[in-house]
Design a protein around this ligand. Structure first.
Ligand SMILES: [Zn+2]
Length: 185
């Protein structure tokens, strides 16, 4: 881990952390190298989880979960099969995670993608990790069709099709939900 000017932190001569990302009230002992990374992680987890919708949304339809993450059903009528893989704890970036956790999280994302493809046979999968409004690691797994509501843009773009007819049946959706509940990444 690099310690250099790219890290937005300043320190006093006594080694106290004076400011980090604009929060002047945070004080922590200075630690060089990887230690600063840990301070930043702790800082983010402490400061940012207060109003986070992913930490506080108890109405999520959770299909599968383990110690690290959970798979939820988004229930978007325009995008049947749309799932999210959400880290259980409040962390902003993939690079805040230890490599083992990153790898496992992506294994889960790919396992979800596999089940969505296998049951719904979409024309394309969109994987997205944005989080500008919700800086809590989560991956969108979105099945896309050439005649869906936003084709060819992202699902957050302006709609292009007011009456999409998708080749997805209730049976296919039920099969996907059952498979996700038994996910084995
Ligand atoms: Zn959160």
């Amino acid at each position: 881990m690099r310690f250099g000017s790219a890290v937005p932190a300043t320190f006093s001569t006594t080694g106290q952390l004076q400011s980090l990302s604009g929060h002047d009230s945070i004080h922590a002992p200075i630690v060089y190298g990887g230690g600063l990374f840990i301070i930043r992680r702790k800082h983010k987890e402490i400061v940012m989880d207060g109003g986070c919708v992913l930490c506080n949304d108890h109405d999520q339809q959770v299909l599968w979960r383990d110690e690290l993450c959970r798979v939820i059903w988004v229930n978007d009528p325009d995008y049947p099969g749309f799932c999210r893989v959400i880290l259980n704890r409040h962390v902003a970036e993939m690079t805040d995670l230890p490599a083992q956790e990153r790898d496992w999280l992506m294994e889960v994302v790919f396992a979800v993608e596999h089940e969505v493809r296998d049951t719904l046979n979409p024309d394309k999968i969109n994987l997205a990790s944005l989080g500008n409004m919700v800086p809590h690691v989560h991956w969108h797994v979105i099945p896309r069709w050439r005649n869906d509501r936003h084709f060819p843009g992202s699902i957050w773009s302006a709609p292009q099709n007011d009456n999409p007819q998708l080749p997805v049946t209730a049976d296919m959706i039920e099969r996907l939900k059952q498979r996700l509940q038994q996910l084995a990444p």
